[in-house]
Ligand binder design. Structure first.
Ligand code: NAD
Length: 430
C-alpha cells in the first residue's frame, strides 16, 4: 500500500501519543476490514466492450454500518480508496454518527462517457459490489464525478438485485427517489457553518473577508454560493480546466447558473468560452489560485493539492478543507509552523455525511422532513462538533486537525474498549 494511505495513517501517530489507548486500537485501525477490487464490463455505445477497475473498501464498522461515497475518476486506485475509507471512519466518529467508514470508486474519465454508458457503468458497479452493501451493512453515496442521478440508478439496480425497495441502501439520491431535501447543498452548507463559527470566535468580519475556492463541483459550488450570500467576497474560483479571479468579487451564483445551462463550467468560463472571451473575469491558472493572498483558501477539489512543491508559496491566512485530504501531512506541519490555520476536512466536510445520515433515517422511518428541518439539524450538529474541537484545540494547545482526530478517535477507542481489549482478556477472570 503506498503513499496516500501511509500519509493518512501517519497523522494518527500523534493522536495515539496523546491518549491512553490499548495497542488493540492501533492494530485495528491499521488495517481495512474489507477491500473489494472488481472488474466491470462496460458496453460502449459504439458496440465495443471495455473493462473498468472498481473498488469498495469498508475500513472499520465498529460504530455502525460503513458509509462513504463512490467516485468516478481516472486517478481512483486501491491506495486512494483505502485512504478515503480510513478518513470516513474518522469523519463519521468526529460527526458523532452511528457509522463506520467506507469508500468506493471506478478508475474512469466519467466526462468521456455518454449518459447511457454512465448509466450502464453505475449499474454494473452496483452488480459487482451488491453482496457487501445494504442499509445495515454499507451505504454508498455521491463523491467526485458522481451525483444524485447516478445514486438513483445505483439504488434502482440494487432494488432489482434484492427484489425489494430499500432506499436506505444509498444516500444522495434525487429527492423524488427518496433523497433528502438539503442533501445536495449539505457539504458546502456544513463547511460554511464551521467557517462561520470559527470567524465568530476569531472576532473577524465576514464582509471584509476574501475567499478563493478551488473546485466548483457539488461541494465547492454550494459553498461558494452560500458564503457569497453570507457576505464573504469570493475573489477566485477554479475547476479542473482553469480559474477565474476578480478583485471586486465574483458572483458564484451566476457561474453556477451558467454551469447548469452549459453542463461544463469550462464552456462558459475559460479560455475556450464566450464569457471568457468577453473578459467578465480575469483568467488565472489553477496554481495561481492556490497561491493568492486571501483570508480563506477553500480547497474543494481533490486530495494532495498543497504539497511540498507549493506549500511555501501559500499566502492565505487560513485553509478550509472542503475536499478530503487536500493538504498532505508534510505541508500540514509547515503550515502550522507558518501560523496558517487549517480547518480540517474531517470536521469541515462532514455536513455531507451528516445529511446522508438524515436521509437514511428518513428512508428507514418513512417520515420525510422539510428542508428547514434538515438545515436546522445540520447546523446544530456542525456547530456542536466544531465548538468541541475549537475548545479542545485551545485547551490542549494542539492544531485543529489533531483536536478533530482526537475527538473522533476517542469515540472509536470507546467502542473498541467496550468489546474488550488486551487489558481485559489478559486478566484472569478467576
Ligand atoms: P465534484 O465532482 O462535484 O466536483 C469536483 C470539482 O473539482 C469539479 O468542479 C472539478 O472540475 C474540480 N477539479 C478537479 N480537479 C481540479 C483541479 N486540479 N483544480 C481545480 N479544480 C479541480 O466533486 P465533489 O462532490 O464536489 O467533491 C469534491 C471534494 O469534496 C472531494 O474531495 C470529495 O471527496 C469531497 N467531499 C464531497 C462531498 C459531497 O457531498 N459531494 C462530501 C464530503 C467530501
Amino acid at each position: 500500500m503506498s503513499n496516500t494511505f501511509q500519509d493518512a495513517k501517519a497523522r494518527l501517530a500523534d493522536v495515539f501519543s496523546r491518549i491512553e489507548a490499548s495497542d488493540d486500537v492501533d492494530e485495528r485501525l491499521a488495517h481495512p476490514k474489507i477491500m473489494l477490487e472488481v472488474n466491470i464490463p462496460l458496453r460502449m455505445d459504439d458496440g465495443r466492450l471495455r473493462v473498468l477497475r472498481g473498488y469498495r473498501v469498508q475500513y472499520n464498522d465498529i460504530r455502525g454500518p460503513t458509509k462513504g461515497g463512490v467516485r468516478f475518476h481516472p486517478q481512483v486506485s486501491a491506495d486512494e480508496v483505502t485512504s478515503l475509507a480510513f478518513w470516513m471512519t474518522i469523519k463519521c466518529a468526529v460527526a458523532g454518527l452511528p457509522y463506520g467508514g467506507a469508500k468506493g470508486g471506478v478508475a474512469v474519465d466519467a466526462k468521456s462517457l455518454s449518459r447511457l454508458e454512465l448509466e450502464r457503468l453505475s449499474r454494473g458497479y452496483i452488480r459487482a459490489i451488491a453482496d457487501i452493501i445494504g442499509p445495515t451493512r454499507d451505504i454508498p453515496a455521491p463523491d467526485m464525478y458522481t451525483n444524485a442521478t447516478i445514486m438513483g440508478w445505483m439504488a434502482d439496480e440494487y432494488y432489482t438485485i434484492v427484489r425489494k425497495n430499500v432506499p436506505g441502501v444509498i444516500t444522495g439520491k434525487p429527492v423524488h427517489l427518496g433523497g433528502s431535501l438539503g442533501r445536495e447543498a449539505a457539504t458546502g452548507q456544513g463547511a460554511l457553518f464551521v467557517l462561520e463559527r470559527w470567524v465568530e470566535r476569531a472576532g473577524l468580519d465576514p464582509n471584509k473577508m476574501r475567499i478563493a475556492v478551488q473546485g466548483f463541483g457539488n461541494a465547492g459550488a454550494h459553498f461558494a454560493c452560500l458564503a457569497h450570500q453570507a457576505g464573504y467576497h469570493i475573489v477566485a474560483i477554479s475547476d479542473s480546466r482553469g480559474a477565474v479571479y476578480s478583485d471586486a468579487g465574483l458572483d458564484p451564483e451566476l457561474l453556477m447558473a451558467q454551469k447548469r445551462t452549459h453542463r461544463e463550467i469550462s464552456q462558459m468560463l475559460y479560455c475556450d468560452s464566450s464569457v471568457c472571451e468577453s473578459n467578465i473575469y480575469k483568467v488565472i491558472t489553477n496554481q495561481e489560485l492556490l497561491e493568492l493572498d486571501v483570508d480563506v483558501l477553500a480547497l474543494a477539489a481533490l486530495e494532495n493539492q498543497v504539497t511540498e512543491e507549493n506549500v511555501e508559496r501559500i499566502q492565505a491566512s487560513s485553509l478550509l478543507e472542503v475536499a478530503n485530504g487536500p493538504v498532505d501531512s508534510h505541508s500540514d506541519t509547515v503550515l502550522q509552523q507558518r501560523g496558517i490555520t487549517v480547518l480540517p476536512d474531517v470536521l469541515v466536510n462532514s455536513g455531507g455525511v451528516t445529511v446522508s445520515y438524515f436521509e437514511w433515517l428518513q428512508n428507514r422511518s418513512g417520515l420525510y422532513w422539510e428542508e428547514a428541518e434538515v438545515t436546522r439539524r445540520l447546523k446544530k450538529t456542525m456547530e456542536r462538533e466544531a465548538d468541541h474541537i475549537f475548545e479542545a484545540a485551545e485547551d490542549e494547545g494542539v492544531s485543529l486537525r489533531t483536536a478533530a482526530y482526537l475527538h473522533g478517535v476517542k469515540r472509536i477507542v470507546g467502542a473498541i474498549r467496550e468489546q474488550g481489549t488486551e487489558e481485559y482478556f489478559a486478566q484472569d477472570p478467576g
